[in-house]
Design a protein around this ligand. Sequence first.
Ligand SMILES: [Zn+2]
Length: 181
Amino acid sequence: MKTIFLDRDGVITVEGGGYVSCPADVRYLPGALGAIARLNKAGWQVVIYTNQSGVGRGYITPEGLAAVHKKLLSDTNIAGGTILAIYVCPHKPDDYCTCRKPLPGMLLQAAEEHSLDLSLAWAAGDTARDIAAASVAGTRTALLLSGHTRAYEASTFGEPRPTIVCADLPSLVDYLVTTQS
Ligand SMILES: [Zn+2]
């Protein structure tokens, strides 16, 4: 089984407009849930790794976050896909935890709990933090231009650089299912 880690905001859901604190706030990017289903059909298991400092800052309740993720899992199922697990860092930057991206804690925990070989895995995100966390953990990385990072910024992206740059999750899946089978 191949594994891909996906950041949430800017990869699956729309980034921007504040914290997603309840299910009614969830807006999916075009084709994102279908792309997860296509990954599953091509033999990939999908793991989410997401920073949600709004929890630590008090803008999102743990119950609200759980409801958002219940909706995400349910809507993914309706689209024909499954998500193996969702890893969340709920901390603020000044909590100095080991799970907040750009640290690799969430990927390392997932690898341990699901016996994943990170050197065979991929990770996709829309920010330098997503790419850095996954690079340190040892996966290949895809920078997606569907969130924070604009196309003109991709060419001047700092270290560590992503393995590839794609417009969005459906484009990445096109690439993976044709080249990583
Ligand atoms: Zn954390």
